[in-house]
Design a protein around this ligand. Structure first.
Ligand code: G3P
Length: 215
């Protein structure tokens, strides 16, 4: 399973990179707005900082506008993946971008039907938002299961990129289902390492050592 980090914050990207666990980055308009900096410069810096794919999202909601923005976004680096919102106009743009050899990530996906359309259009990635579904009382992980099954049935090449992750079990369950990528918030990346038994185990090893050999 590939791990992307879901952030537009350069400090978080650099810190996460130090652990050697990050295969790519996903951003969205909210995450970039949160940085409040010059967004063009921010996109450029993120693309330079990361070796793997970096998703940058278009703002337009019509195919023509999306294609125009996509042509600008890919100038930030060879690793750019153009993030396209799940709209019928978006599908038109995805098809054309895929024919131009530009990778796409179809975002704001909440249903298996939408994921099927994205794969038919030739998307490189589909981003189902599981945390937001959980928040409205639907099981986000059911959606991941349905998409993985559908894509396997027809050998679609679109990768399932689990997004809107809230906690470690989202990552673990997505891995058990066989999703290709989890885009993980910085905080959750560190939560994955935590277990109280690990803390207690390390504490007792160190204390036994110190009792006998000193520090
Ligand atoms: O980047 C897309 C997605 O991961 C957003 O998640 O936390 O805004 O629901 P969230």
């Amino acid at each position: 399973m590939k791990f992307f980090i879901d952030t537009a914050n350069l400090d978080e990207i650099r810190k996460a990179k130090e652990y050697g666990l990050i295969d790519g980055v996903t951003t969205n308009p909210t995450l970039l707005a949160r940085e409040g900096a010059d967004w063009k410069r921010q996109m450029e810096l993120i693309c330079k900082e990361v070796d793997g794919p970096v998703s940058l999202e278009v703002i337009a909601t019509d195919a023509e506008g999306m294609l125009k923005e996509a042509r600008e976004l890919v100038k930030y680096g060879p690793n750019v993946v153009v993030k396209i919102p799940m709209l019928m106009e978006g599908m038109k743009a995805v098809r054309q971008l895929s024919e131009m050899g530009i990778r796409t990530n179809v975002t704001v996906c909440f249903s298996p039907a939408q994921a099927l359309l994205a794969a038919k259009a030739g998307a490189s990635y589909i981003s189902p938002f599981i945390g937001r579904l959980d928040h409205i009382g639907q099981d986000g992980m059911d959606l991941i299961g349905s998409i993985v099954t559908m894509y396997r049935n027809y050998d679609f090449k679109t990768e399932v990129l689990v997004a809107s992750i809230r906690h470690p079990m989202h990552v673990v369950e997505a891995a058990l289902i066989g999703a290709d990528v989890a885009t993980i918030p910085f905080k959750v990346l560190f939560e994955l390492a935590k277990h109280p038994m690990t803390d207690l185990g390390i504490e007792s090893f160190l204390s036994d050592w110190k009792k006998t050999f000193g520090s």
